[in-house]
Design a protein around this ligand. Structure first.
Ligand SMILES: Nc1ncnc2c1ncn2[C@@H]1O[C@H](COP(=O)(O)OP(=O)(O)OP(=O)(O)O)[C@@H](O)[C@H]1O
Length: 229
């Protein structure tokens, strides 16, 4: 069963720039895939179409049975609850504790306090952040901040997690640690789509990789073929 499908998707920004041209692919449930390509190739645009920060100019994006073209108004927020998003700059609330930052998506869903506490603490343990629960994001290292961004994205157990350059500011050891966290998600029922321009990192992960080149899907490389790419 597919979690996500792009059918001949094009995106032209209002200035006239074509960021994506006729892109089609499918992500199966439980898959982890990378999107790579040069700066400006269209990676962020592709991710934005999934969490509805942008809309396609042509074609359709399907999330399971849901055609995202039809998701408007109040339903946009409901759609976003089913997708975890990790940003390079993690976008944590500076004046809220680690606990509160991670709890936010659950609070927005109206979940009850005891259940929120249980879920947040379980994610904190998994990400080895248990001791940092009461800290403010500014008191943490870059790697810890990124792990909190990931914790916030996965605490609601989304069907799909999308991450835009999630290791962009991190050293190689921390990047590998963060990637290992992502790699655990498919077995927990979350498919993963990661945009990264770091070809070395992408190759090491040995996962299916989509290659964008000036907005077109230039290649769709299987894990077996990645070593030779
Ligand atoms: N809001 C916008 N308005 C106009 N053009 C845009 C907008 N956002 C992106 N673009 C253009 O669309 C193209 C694709 O941008 P996008 O951010 O998707 O690329 P990217 O592969 O993520 O690049 P990078 O690796 O540098 O982040 C670029 O040429 C960019 O300048």
């Amino acid at each position: 069963m597919s979690v996500l499908r792009f059918d001949n998707v094009s995106k032209q920004y209002s200035g006239g720039h074509v960021a994506l041209a006729d892109v089609s692919f499918e992500v199966a449930a439980g898959e982890m895939i990378f999107v790579t390509g040069h700066s400006g190739a269209g990676k962020s645009t592709l991710l934005k179409l999934i969490h509805l920060a942008e809309r396609p100019s042509r074609g359709a994006v399907m999330f399971g049975e849901r055609n995202l073209l039809k998701v408007r108004g109040r339903r946009v927020a409901l759609h976003r609850r089913e997708i975890g998003v990790v940003f390079q700059d993690h976008r944590l609330l500076a004046d809220r504790t680690v606990f509160d930052n991670i709890a936010l998506p659950l609070i927005l869903r109206g979940m009850r306090r005891p259940e929120i506490g249980k879920r947040v603490r379980s994610v904190l343990e998994r990400l080895a952040l248990g001791a940092r629960e009461r800290a403010l994001p500014t008191q943490l290292s870059a790697g810890e901040q990124q792990r909190i961004g990931i914790a916030r994205a996965i605490v609601g157990e989304p069907r799909l997690l999308v991450a835009d350059e999630p290791t962009g500011n991190l050293d190689p050891t921390l990047s590998a640690e963060i990637m290992a966290l992502f790699a655990e998600l498919p077995e927990r029922g979350t498919s993963v789509l990661i945009a990264s321009h770091d070809l070395g990192l992408v190759k090491r992960m040995k996962k299916r990789t989509l290659v964008l080149d000036h907005g077109t899907l230039a290649d769709d490389i299987s894990p077996e073929d990645l070593a030779d790419a």
